[in-house]
Design a protein around this ligand. Structure first.
Ligand code: NAP
Length: 315
């Protein structure tokens, strides 16, 4: 039997054990997956336990996705590029960190929204690069607007930069958002602007944004009446709105966007895909995605139908 674990704080009503448990059952694997609450001061001890053999692999969630990096032996390219780890594979006592959030986000976004034709319909990439080399401003394709500057924003920012999209970040804590922006600019060829969490920033960003990604927990149960977008600023006239939050399945941001006739997607597809990619790293088998989605939907239904029991779901 192999044991796997989710390390986070809090992990109260995480859906990952249900998703992974369903995948193990479907594939006939005698494996288990548990979520344990690991406060920041306990992370190093938990990683030692992982290295010494209790668990064969782990997922890592809030607030440990960056803090875990110095405790690992090696980073796969996905984790090294983004400086974020959400999956650990143990090989004997060597721990290798991976990031499955980035490919999961891009894959799910791509099933809903075409980055090349929806955002950059008339852009000649070669001409744009020549302009840049000559110190000229690129013509104005839509930008990707990311709300938040934490761990998930990191995966989203590198994912969108990989697609060549210029970015704006609106964040509450400017120094971490600036560090993220500098990292993206250093490693990719896109421009990244950082704006403070103020109405003026939303008013400015709405002018040219083609894609909005909420990478904050604002709007998540039990605060489903909250939205990161200020009431006094209209949403852009044309933009795709992606909310990493998946509880509720339609957040207030997504509802407001739908009412403004914008296309939207929630983070459910990303959550299932990042879990599927973790499963594939641990098992070497193709993940049973349909089964994982059914388990996600079932777990979501039961966790939100228990009266008064509507805690935050992290991963
Ligand atoms: P994180 O590292 O804790 O970062 C959260 C970010 O949101 C920080 O920039 C934080 O700003 C900002 N924030 C929090 N409350 C805010 C508020 N009231 N107003 C403005 N900004 C606020 O968390 P994370 O890992 O990035 O996760 C963010 C969200 O994405 C969570 O809801 C998580 O569940 C979700 N997520 C979903 C998936 C998926 O697969 N769908 C994957 C990863 C994450 P400060 O630094 O100022 O606190």
């Amino acid at each position: 039997m192999r044991r796997f674990v989710l390390l986070g704080h809090p992990v109260g009503h995480s859906i990952s054990p249900a998703i992974q448990g369903a995948a193990f059952d479907e594939m006939g694997l005698d494996w288990t997956y548990e979520a344990i609450d690991v406060a920041p001061g306990e992370l190093s001890g938990a990683v030692d336990r992982l290295r010494n053999g209790i668990w064969r692999g782990a997922n890592v969630t809030i607030p440990h996705k960056q803090a875990v990096i110095p405790l690992l032996d090696e980073l796969a390219e996905s984790a090294a590029h983004t400086s974020t780890v959400n999956t650990i594979v143990r090989d004997d006592n060597r721990l290798v960190g991976h990031n499955t959030d980035l490919p999961a986000f891009l894959k799910d976004l791509g099933t809903n929204f075409d980055l090349t034709s929806d955002v950059r319909p008339d852009i000649d990439l070669e001409a744009e690069q020549n302009n840049r080399a000559a110190g000229l401003d690129a013509p104005g394709p839509g930008t990707g607007l990311i709300l938040g500057g934490g761990g998930a924003a990191r995966s989203v920012a590198f994912g969108l930069a990989q697609q060549g999209l210029n970015l704006k970040l609106i964040a509450r804590t400017m120094h971490s958002a600036r560090a993220l922006a500098e990292d993206v600019v250093r490693k990719t060829s896109v421009d990244v602007a950082v704006l403070p969490w103020e109405c003026d920033s939303f008013a400015e960003a709405r002018r040219d944004c083609a894609l909005i990604v909420n990478a904050t927990p604002v709007g998540m149960l039990p605060h489903e009446q909250s939205t990161p977008w200020p009431d006094e600023i209209a949403l852009p006239e044309k933009a795709f709105v992606y909310d990493l939050v998946y509880t509720p399945s339609e957040t207030r941001l997504l509802r407001d966007a739908r009412l403004a006739e914008l296309s939207t997607a929630s983070g459910a597809g990303m959550l299932i895909e990042q879990g599927a990619l973790s499963f594939e790293l641990w098992s070497g088998m193709r993940a049973p995605r349909r089964t994982m989605r059914a388990a996600f939907e079932q777990a979501l239904k039961s966790s939100t139908s228990i009266s008064g029991d509507r805690e935050v779901l992290n991963a």
